[in-house]
Unconditional design. Sequence first.
Length: 274
Amino acid sequence: MASAGSNPDRMHRFPMIRGLRNIERRVLPQGWADAVRQLLLFALAYWGYQLVRGMMDSQVAKAAWNATKIINLEHSLHVFAEPSVQAWASSKAWIIHGADWIYLNSHFIVTVGALVYLYLRRNDSFYFVRNMFMIAMGIALIGYAAFPTAPPRLMPEWGFTDSIAALTGQRVENESVSALLNLYAAVPSMHVCFALMIGWPLARLVKPRPLKVVWFLYPFLITFVVVATGNHYFFDAFLGALTAGASALLAKQLLARWRPEAWSFGRSRAGAAA
């Protein structure tokens, strides 16, 4: 006979517990504990990433000099077209306003939404993408420390404008300096890096062909957005793409080989989450 404190008896007396466990089985592929663990991991990683960025010396002269070196490099390669791209986008209000809105919102909303979708619906691939993000943020911090760079919007002498400031009426550099802000973290472009690490895995995972096309093209849209708004050079976008590629390679060749049952892309893991 079951004791008074047995689990079946407790479940019978507390329907809320039974309801929560039913939700857990239906919604959370690895249970509440793993969901909270992943949330805390991303929160701590992002907070630390932003804090370290803001703690770096914002060397104005060096950042402007490095930006000039990028511009000169692009000139020598005949690819310095960012002012022309921005001028074309700015000539059409709906394009530049749309680009400003995407720049301000997609980096957070689309990225977080895609990660939540991966965790809940394609959990077999979530941990591989998560590892890519952790590696990419580490690589980016090295780039920010080694090569602080002023974004195009801070280089008006080259024909750039700050379209977001024109839209919002506020210039970030005129605000109080925050420990969570570094104005000169332009290289690599993490907007492009994040877009690739979200877009191309989802292009492989979703089934409807239109969605495959949308996710495949998403990184190209973000590349246009960061250039049109004066926040990145093509060089930054290229290095952001390289960062995404290097992160995918390390996640596959190093981490996935270390724990293939948990960290491989698309691998069924039956409770092997971490």
